[in-house]
Design a binder for this molecule. Structure first.
Ligand SMILES: Cc1cc2nc3c(=O)[nH]c(=O)nc-3n(C[C@H](O)[C@H](O)[C@H](O)COP(=O)(O)OP(=O)(O)OC[C@H]3O[C@@H](n4cnc5c(N)ncnc54)[C@H](O)[C@@H]3O)c2cc1C
Length: 341
């Protein structure tokens, strides 16, 4: 008898994290990843990749803490280490990022719920704040920055299939379970009217002298030093599907970032990029049973992470793996009793 066959739709950070988690935790399953766009053409590739917690109204604080803890236990580091990669290749995917998040007004809650999961959280000193004369308050901490343009190809050493899925029914003959990580594609793929784009435009500049990430508290302006370049942002335009670079916005971003960090005025612009954050009021991480031609086909959804997809990737992938396990309970047991095919 065959192993349990699982299709994961989507090759962004949500799809790859889910596929790797399932393949590693449930070895009696075979996992195939199906998508029409792979790295470097997914939204995930352009993400600044900063692991920074956000709140979602439909998710309890305790569950959010569990999800964020996956990163703050430096899951990526553990995985890279167990893959026995040399240090140079490990540094290609992720680095620690000393960070300043600054506020024009002192926030009501000075110590956010995620403060215990980042490294060395503290309130910025007056000396540090003197660099930002228009800001009154700030958080200082160290978090992880993940470079998806090399991280995704690293994850891609799993079985993959390049094609567009027009309807989940296409997969039902060949797979026992489908994991849907199609991001904004879920709007047409599963008819979800609650998923919408939040457009983000960024510049990549050469400024190797910068080490600290600086983020204006509302997330409208940010400077994220990465491994190969520094990402300057940004924009957050709800419902805007434009994928081309807007000249005026690019100039505005450069001006705002240079006001926060004047040395950026001499930085060389390496590139510009626009991405659509696959947004939803709350990410959809749940199971469903779909009826197709008289058969009950299990589906697990994992999409709608908005501007936090890199941050949520490992935590939600572990949730997906548990939902897959629940869905397949009986089948998994049968598969385990059989010799591997
Ligand atoms: C400017 C910007 C900066 C960001 N910075 C950060 C950050 O610092 N930290 C952070 O945590 N997040 C950040 N994000 C958010 C992050 O990029 C997203 O949340 C994340 O990329 C979503 O990942 P995903 O895998 O769900 O979707 P995607 O990366 O969009 O992948 C979707 C996949 O599904 C496939 N697909 C869709 N429909 C179909 C179909 N019908 N058939 C076959 N395949 C299909 C696509 O081809 C693709 O492979 C940022 C986003 C932007 C735009």
């Amino acid at each position: 008898m065959k192993r349990v066959r699982i299709a994961v739709v989507g090759a962004g950070v949500a799809g790859f994290s889910s596929a790797v988690c399932i393949a590693e935790a449930l070895p009696s399953c075979s996992v195939t990843l199906v998508a029409d766009r792979f790295s470097p053409d997914t939204t995930s590739d352009g993400a600044a990749g900063i692991v920074l917690a956000a709140e979602f109204p439909g998710t309890s604080l305790s569950h959010l803490k569990n999800i964020y803890q996956c990163w703050c236990n430096t899951e990526l580091w553990v995985r890279l280490h167990t893959a026995k990669e040399p240090r140079q290749s490990l540094m290609k995917h992720a680095c620690f990022s000393p960070s300043w998040q600054i506020f024009k007004e002192v926030p009501a809650n000075k110590k956010p719920f995620w403060s215990e999961f980042v490294i060395g959280f503290r309130i910025m000193t007056d000396g540090e704040l003197r660099r930002f004369p228009h800001h009154k308050f700030g958080h200082a901490f160290t978090t992880v920055r993940c470079d998806c343009s090399s991280y995704l190809p690293w994850l891609q050493n799993r079985l993959v299939e390049k094609r567009k899925v027009n309807d989940l029914q296409e997969l039902f003959n060949n797979f026992d379970l489908i994991v849907n990580c199609s991001g904004l594609g879920s709007k047409s793929l599963v008819g979800d009217t609650h998923v919408y784009p939040v457009r983000g435009q960024v510049l990549k500049v050469e400024a190797p002298w910068l080490n600290h990430f600086i983020r204006d508290g509302d997330g409208g302006t940010y400077i994220y030093p990465g491994i190969r370049s520094v990402t300057l942002g940004g924009t957050r335009q709800e419902g805007d599907w434009r994928l081309h670079v807007d000249r005026a916005e690019a100039e505005g971003i450069l001006e705002r970032c240079s006001r926060l960090e004047p040395s950026l005025r001499k930085a060389k612009v390496l590139g510009e990029w626009v991405g659509l954050r696959p947004s939803r009021k709350n990410p959809r991480v749940e199971k469903e049973v779909v009826q197709v031609q008289g058969h009950r086909v299990p589906v697990v959804h994992n999409y709608g992470h908005g501007g936090s997809g890199v941050t949520l990737a490992w935590g939600t992938a572990l949730d997906v793996m548990e939902l897959v396990r629940e869905h397949l309970g009986e089948k998994l047991l049968q598969a385990r009793l059989l010799p591997p095919s």
